[in-house]
Ligand binder design. Structure first.
Ligand SMILES: *[C@@H]1O[C@H](CO)[C@@H](O)[C@H](O)[C@H]1NC(C)=O
Ligand SMILES: *[C@@H]1O[C@H](CO)[C@@H](O)[C@H](O)[C@H]1NC(C)=O
Ligand SMILES: *[C@@H]1O[C@H](CO)[C@@H](O)[C@H](O)[C@H]1NC(C)=O
Ligand SMILES: *[C@@H]1O[C@H](CO)[C@@H](O)[C@H](O)[C@H]1NC(C)=O
Ligand SMILES: *[C@@H]1O[C@H](CO)[C@@H](O)[C@H](O)[C@H]1NC(C)=O
Ligand SMILES: *[C@@H]1O[C@H](CO)[C@@H](O)[C@H](O)[C@H]1NC(C)=O
Ligand SMILES: *[C@@H]1O[C@H](CO)[C@@H](O)[C@H](O)[C@H]1NC(C)=O
Ligand SMILES: *[C@@H]1O[C@H](CO)[C@@H](O)[C@H](O)[C@H]1NC(C)=O
Length: 736
C-alpha cells in the first residue's frame, strides 16, 4: 500500500490534493513522507534516522533525544534531528587553514543546497533543528521559503560563508541559533525580525561590525567571533534583554554605563575583549543581575559599589584587567592597560592626555604617547601598503557574488545575478529587486504627470510616484547616451540590483524601454528608487530649530553613515562607483536620522552621466581622481557639519578650512570658537579634534594626499568612540 502511494503520487502530483481528504490526521500525506525519506538519504542515513520503513508512522515515533517529529493538520510542523558528529570548535584544524571535508563532516557528495531545497518543501514547518550532523557548505538563501518557521537551530555543523541576508525576511522567527559553525563575513541586518527573542551566533568567524538587531531580543550570544567595534549605545533600548554575551571578540572602547541597569538584564559577559577606560562610579545595577564577567579586558579605575560589594548573590568576575583598589586581585599594572588600549586604537598623530590621567603619572604617559606615536606611524605605513596592494588584486571584503568576474561566460553572469538578487532581496526591509513594465511605470507616475515631476538632474528627470501598495517611490528617467543593445545593458542592470545599502537611497527596480523599430536596442531606463521622507542634512542645518537638535554625537553618527555609504560605493561593489556628487542636499535623513546618500553616480551610460564603467582601461586614472573628488566633497560636508555653516563657493570652503587649521594649530579655545555655537560644549574635545584633523586631510589641495575612505571611516569611528566614552564617564575626573 505504501509502495502504491509513493509511486502513485510521484506520477500524478496533481491528484494528491484530491486524495488528501480520506487520510486521517494520524497519517502524513505521501508527499511529506517522501520528503522525510529524502532527508534521511541526503543526511547519509544518520543513526537518529535509522530503521525507517514505508510503514513507519512518523507522527507517532517513540520519544528520542535525537529525533522529534511533530505533525499538525497532516503536515510536519517540527523536525528536530541531532547527530553525533563533533563540531568545528572540537575538530582538529585543517593544516591549510581552509575548509576541507573531514571525517566529521558529511561526504564530499553531500549537497547542502539539495538538503534545504527538500526541507523547504515542508512548508508548514515551525521548528527546524538539524544539529551536529556534519552539514557543510554555504547556507542557501532559499531558507527563507520556510515562511512559518519560528525556531531555526543549525548549530554545531560546518556551515561556512556569509549568513544569507534573506534570513531577515523570515518574520516569524523567534529563535535563531547558528552557533558553532564556520560562518564568516558581516552579519546581515536583522532589525526586521521583530519577534526574535533568542539569537545565538557564537563560535563563528563573524565580524567586524556589531549587527543591527531588533530590540525584542531576550538573549544575544555573539561570543567567540571576530567582532571589532565599540559596544553600540543603541542597546540602551533593549528593554527585554536578559542575557548578553560578547566574550572572546575584539570589542574596544568603554563599557556604556547603562548596561548594568538595563531593565531585564541578568547575565552580562564581556570577557576577553579589549574594552578600556574606567567604569562610571555612579552606575546602579539591576536587582536581577546575577553574573557580570569583565575579565581579560583593559579596564582601569575603581569598581562602582554595586559591583564591588560581596554581600549580594551576584557573581562578578574581574581578573586580568587593571582595576585598582582592595578587592581586585589578579590585575595587571595600570600601564599595561593604558598601553594596550592605545595600541588597539586607530593611530592619530597627536594625543591629548585626558583630564583623568593628569597628575602623578604624567611622565609615564608622555613616554607611552611617544611610543604610541611611533607605533601609530608604523601601523599607518603598513596599513597604506596593504591597502595599496589590496587595491591591486582586489581582494577587499566583498560579498561572494561581487567577486565573480563580471565578464566571464554568460552562464556565470546569470548565476551571479541570481545570487545577488536573492542575497540582497530582503536586506534593509526593502521589497525584492524587480523589473517593472512600462505600463507599471506609467501607472506609478500617473502617466508622468507634471505635478509629480520633482526635479531634473544631469542624468534625467525625477518623478514622485506611488506603488500599488501605496508606498511612495521616486522614478528616475535615464536617457541612454548611445544606442545600446539591450543585451549589453544586462551587465549594467546587474549592478543596479546591488545598489542597496543602509546608507544609500536604494534602487527597488528598473524598467527598460526599447526603440519601437529596434526592439533589441534600449533607449531609456527608468529606475524606481526608495523615497526618504525627512529632508536633507542641508534642510536640517538651515533650519535653526532643527539644527539645535543635531548635537555633536548625532552629527558624527550622520557623517559616519555618509562615509559608510561612500565606502560601499567605492569598495562594496565591483566596479566601484565614484564621482558621486556628494553634498549636503544629497544626504537625506530618515525617521531615525540615519543618513542616506541620494543622487550618487548611477553607473549607466546615460546622456549627461559622467561615468561609464564600459569605457575602457585608461579610465583607471580618471576613476582614481573621481574617487579623491568624492573624498574632497565628503570633507566639505564634514566642514559644514563641524562649523554649522553652509558654503556656496570654494572660497567660503577655504575660509572655513583656514579657521579650523588655525584653531588646530593655536589653541583649544580657538578651535572651539570655530565650531557651531549650538554645540554649547557638548562634545569631547579629542573627538572634535580627530574629526577636524581628518576633515582637513580630506580637503587637501593635492588629491593624492587625500585619505582613502577607509581612513576617513576609521578616524570618524575613533572620534565617536571617544565621544561615547566621554558621554558615559563625564564625571570621572572627580573620582580618580
Ligand atoms: C518503500 O517504497 C519504495 C517505493 O515503492 C521502495 O522503493 C522502497 O524500497 C521501500 N522502502 C522500504 C524501506 O521498504
Ligand atoms: C488546521 O487546519 C484548519 C482548517 O484548514 C485550520 O482552521 C486550523 O487553524 C489548522 N490548525 C493548525 C494548527 O494549523
Ligand atoms: C556516531 O554513533 C554511531 C553509533 O553509535 C557510531 O557508529 C559512529 O562512529 C559515531 N560517529 C561519530 C562521529 O562519533
Ligand atoms: C572559540 O573557537 C575556537 C575555534 O572555533 C575554539 O578553538 C575555542 O576553544 C573557542 N573558544 C571558546 C572560549 O569557546
Ligand atoms: C539548538 O541545539 C543545541 C544542540 O542540540 C541545543 O543545545 C540548543 O538548546 C538548541 N537551541 C534551540 C533554541 O533549540
Ligand atoms: C569566508 O570563508 C570563505 C571560505 O572559507 C572564504 O573564501 C572567504 O574569503 C571568507 N570571507 C570573509 C569575508 O572572510
Ligand atoms: C552618572 O554621572 C554622569 C555625569 O555626572 C551622568 O551623566 C549620568 O547620567 C550618571 N549616571 C547615572 C546612572 O546616574
Ligand atoms: C541570596 O540567595 C538566597 C537564595 O536564593 C536568598 O535567600 C538570599 O536572600 C540572597 N541574598 C541576597 C543578599 O540577596
Amino acid at each position: 500500500m505504501g509502495n502504491f502511494w509513493v509511486s502513485f503520487c510521484f506520477l500524478f502530483p496533481a491528484l494528491i490534493l484530491a486524495m488528501h481528504a480520506p487520510i486521517s490526521t494520524a497519517q502524513l500525506p505521501p508527499s511529506e513522507t517522501r520528503i522525510l525519506f529524502q532527508v534521511q538519504k541526503l543526511l547519509e542515513y544518520p543513526e537518529a534516522l535509522q530503521g525507517w520503513t514505508n510503514w513507519t508512522s512518523f507522527c507517532y515515533l517513540p520519544p528520542s533525544p535525537s529525533l522529534k517529529i511533530v505533525c499538525s493538520n497532516n503536515s510536519v510542523t517540527e523536525l528536530t534531528i541531532s547527530g553525533n558528529r563533533s563540531s568545528p570548535s572540537n575538530s582538529p584544524k585543517p593544516a591549510s587553514g581552509r575548509f576541507s571535508v573531514s571525517q566529521q563532516t558529511l561526504s564530499e557528495s553531500f549537497s547542502i543546497d539539495s538538503l534545504f531545497t527538500v526541507l523547504t518543501k515542508l512548508s508548514n514547518l515551525k521548528v527546524l533543528s538539524v544539529v551536529s550532523l556534519g552539514l557543510w557548505g554555504p547556507l542557501p538563501a532559499k531558507i527563507n521559503r520556510l515562511k512559518s518557521l519560528e525556531v531555526l537551530n543549525i548549530s554545531s555543523n560546518f556551515i561556512y560563508g556569509e549568513i544569507p541576508s534573506s534570513i531577515a525576511s523570515m518574520s516569524n522567527l523567534r529563535s535563531l541559533v547558528l552557533a558553532d559553525n564556520l560562518f564568516n563575513g558581516s552579519v546581515p541586518d536583522l532589525k526586521s525580525l521583530v519577534l526574535l527573542q533568542e539569537l545565538n551566533l557564537g563560535d563563528n568567524h563573524l565580524g567586524p561590525e556589531f549587527p543591527s538587531l531588533s530590540n525584542s531580543l531576550v538573549s544575544i550570544i555573539l561570543s567567540n567571533n571576530s567582532l571589532r567595534s565599540a559596544i553600540p549605545s543603541k542597546l540602551i533600548n533593549f528593554a527585554k534583554l536578559q542575557q548578553f554575551d560578547i566574550s572572546s571578540n575584539k570589542f574596544l572602547g568603554p563599557i556604556p554605563s547603562f548596561f548594568f541597569s538595563l531593565p531585564s538584564i541578568q547575565y552580562l559577559s564581556l570577557a576577553e575583549n579589549q574594552l578600556s577606560g574606567a567604569l562610571p562610579m555612579n552606575i546602579s545595577c539591576n536587582e536581577e543581575l546575577k553574573l557580570v564577567d569583565v575579565s581579560h579586558n583593559l579596564l582601569i579605575g575603581k569598581l562602582p559599589s554595586c559591583l564591588a560589594s560581596k554581600s549580594s548573590n551576584r557573581t562578578v568576575l574581574l581578573s586580568w584587567n587593571c582595576f585598582s583598589g582592595g578587592n581586585s586581585n589578579n590585575q595587571h599594572p595600570y600601564t599595561f592597560c593604558h598601553k594596550e588600549a592605545l595600541a588597539v586604537k586607530p593611530p592619530i598623530k597627536s594625543k591629548e592626555s585626558s583630564t583623568m590621567n593628569l597628575g602623578l603619572i604624567l611622565g609615564i604617559i608622555a613616554a607611552v604617547v611617544a611610543i604610541a606615536g611611533v607605533l601609530g606611524l608604523l601601523i599607518l605605513v603598513i596599513f597604506r601598503r596593504t591597502e595599496r596592494r589590496r587595491g591591486e588584486d582586489n581582494k577587499f571584503d566583498r560579498p561572494f557574488a561581487d567577486k565573480m568576474p563580471v565578464r566571464s561566460s554568460p552562464r556565470s553572469n546569470i548565476d551571479a545575478r541570481r545570487l545577488t538578487q536573492t542575497m540582497r532581496q530582503a536586506t534593509l526591509g526593502l521589497p525584492p529587486y524587480r523589473v517593472f513594465t512600462l505600463d507599471e511605470i506609467e501607472d506609478v507616475t500617473d502617466n508622468f504627470d507634471q505635478s509629480n515631476l520633482i526635479g531634473e538632474g544631469s542624468q534625467g528627470q525625477l518623478y514622485k510616484g506611488w506603488l500599488r501598495d501605496g508606498s511612495v517611490v521616486l522614478v528616475k528617467c535615464l536617457k541612454l547616451k548611445q544606442k545600446l543593445l539591450s543585451q549589453s545593458l544586462i551587465q549594467h542592470l546587474e549592478v543596479l540590483s546591488k545598489l542597496r545599502h543602509r546608507h544609500l537611497v536604494s534602487i527597488l527596480g528598473h524598467c527598460l524601454v526599447t526603440y519601437q523599430d529596434h526592439p533589441n536596442t534600449a533607449s531609456t531606463v527608468f529606475l524606481v528608487l526608495e523615497h526618504v521622507p525627512n529632508g536633507s542634512l542641508r534642510d536640517y542645518l538651515k533650519d535653526l530649530r532643527k539644527k539645535e537638535a543635531l548635537k555633536w554625537p548625532q552629527r558624527m553618527a550622520i557623517t559616519i553613515g555618509v562615509a559608510r555609504g561612500v565606502q560601499f560605493l567605492h569598495t562594496g561593489i565591483a566596479p566601484g562607483v565614484v564621482g558621486n556628487n556628494l553634498k549636503m542636499e544629497n544626504v537625506l535623513l530618515d525617521d531615525s536620522l540615519s543618513a542616506k546618500i541620494s543622487n550618487y553616480n548611477i553607473p549607466l551610460p546615460s546622456k549627461g552621466g559622467s561615468e561609464s564603467p564600459l569605457s575602457g582601461q585608461d579610465d583607471h586614472l580618471g576613476s582614481e581622481i573621481a574617487e579623491k573628488e568624492d573624498i574632497y566633497q565628503l570633507g566639505v560636508i564634514l566642514l559644514e557639519v563641524i562649523t554649522g555653516q553652509l558654503t556656496t563657493s570654494a572660497s567660503e570652503v577655504n575660509e572655513l578650512k583656514l579657521q579650523l587649521e588655525l584653531g588646530l594649530a593655536e589653541s583649544a579655545s580657538q578651535l572651539r570658537s570655530a565650531t557651531d555655537p549650538s554645540f554649547q560644549g557638548t562634545y569631547a574635545y579629542q573627538s572634535l579634534k580627530t574629526t577636524v584633523g581628518i576633515t582637513l586631510n580630506c580637503l587637501c589641495k593635492d588629491p593624492r594626499k587625500r585619505p582613502s575612505i577607509e581612513d576617513v571611516l576609521w578616524n570618524l569611528q575613533y572620534s565617536i568612540q571617544v565621544q561615547e566614552g566621554w558621554t558615559s564617564s563625564g564625571n570621572l575626573s572627580t573620582q580618580m
